[in-house]
Design a protein around this ligand. Structure first.
Ligand code: SF4
Length: 353
């Protein structure tokens, strides 16, 4: 055995790489199957607990990889609606948060982050206030999923994954897709691609790159575009990134995604009282979307302590949704979860700085 394998982290390696490392270590071929079953199906977080591996094998794995998880759980909060939120600190001291959402349809949804901080600077978002720090690695993205999965009782597992946490996923796309391969792998988390949603602030080149990748590998993930405003002037005010592309380009790229994948694109619209919830905004939104095969997810704003934006009332939200529907736009109102534990992305990380 040589010291060079101390550099490897088990979740960072794609299966072929891990298999090659295990072979070099002199371990039998079937070891990788057992290892993956323990990690993904049995939610095991320690090599020591992999009891169908020999003691010698477990010792070798521990010596070579150390631990399965690299991060440390700093906080674990649960709200009255059973939303759970983890704050994880990586060895370099950077922190990230991820959320487990439960609903009455028995969905168990992991909401994961792809970056430390975010360069997009959306005004309503706590994560955008600190700017971009770095991309998360494949192992760090997977670790969030495995930690959230292990919060569930033995007979339950994650049913959905939404990439809607901190960061712009399309700016860390190759790494994200590598991690998502494990989400859909039969010997990974074994979720259907239909249950995985990638949410973007709307980067046309990134949307087209995603379309090419998912058409190539056959994994047609759901795409959600954060629209949040129906005209460029307002959208650039609340999403500064908009000035580089504009709504038209984003919608064209979304049309291309639909054409290439057959997957309807969802447009997220965070409703902010007095800002983007007026009758003219309904008219503009209808104009943008009426000839498109699309769904609008309407999300009343999660209040962020440091920001001045107001959450719309339930009545105002219902009125906005009703006006869109009356014009033939398909709308779903998504109610906020986890308010007591800081469900707006980035809030918890800021509280614990
Ligand atoms: S809303 Fe998303 S894209 Fe915008 S700053 Fe926050 S994390 Fe970044």
């Amino acid at each position: 055995m040589t010291n060079r394998f101390f550099e490897h982290k088990v979740l960072e390696q794609i299966p072929a790489e891990l298999s090659a490392i295990l072979t070099e270590l002199g371990l039998p071929r079937f070891c990788i199957r057992q290892l993956r079953r323990w990690i993904f199906a049995r939610k095991t977080t320690s090599f020591d607990k992999m009891t169908d591996l020999s003691k010698e094998t477990r010792k070798i794995l521990t010596e070579q990889f150390g631990t399965i998880f690299q991060g440390k759980e700093l906080t674990h909060d649960q709200s009255a609606d059973l939303t759970e939120k983890l704050l994880i600190e990586w060895p370099d001291g950077e922190r990230v948060e991820c959320v487990l959402l439960r609903d009455d349809r028995n969905h168990r949804t992991a909401c994961i982050s792809t970056q430390i901080g975010c360069a997009m600077g959306c005004l309503f978002c706590a994560s955008g206030m600190d700017g971009f720090v770095r991309n998360l690695t494949r192992g760090e993205i997977l670790e969030q999923l495995l930690r959230l999965n292990s919060l569930l009782p033995d007979h339950e597992r994650l049913t959905h994954v939404v990439v809607m946490g901190i960061g712009e996923p399309l700016l860390n796309l190759d790494t994200l897709l590598s991690a998502l391969d494990e989400v859909t792998a039969p010997d990974g988390l074994n979720l259907s691609v239909r249950r995985v949603t990638i949410s973007t602030v709307g980067i046309p080149s990134g949307i087209r790159k995603l379309a090419e990748s998912v058409v190539c590998n056959g994994k047609k993930y759901k795409l959600a575009v954060s629209l949040h405003a129906p005209n460029d002037e307002l959208r650039t005010r609340i999403i500064p990134q908009n000035r580089f592309s504009g709504i038209d380009e984003i919608l064209k790229a979304s049309d291309d995604y639909f054409e290439q994948t057959g997957r309807r694109v969802t447009f997220e619209y965070i409703l902010i009282a007095g800002l983007n919830d007026q009758p003219e905004h309904v008219r503009q939104l209808v104009h943008l979307l009426k000839h498109r095969t699309a769904i609008v997810n309407l999300i009343p704003l999660n209040p962020v302590m440091e920001l001045n934006f107001q959450t719309p009332s339930a009545k105002a939200t219902a009125r906005f949704a009703g006006q869109l529907e009356s014009q033939g736009i398909q709308v779903k109102v998504r109610f906020r979860k986890g308010d007591q534990i800081g469900a707006a992305c980035g809030q918890l990380r800021r509280i614990h700085r």
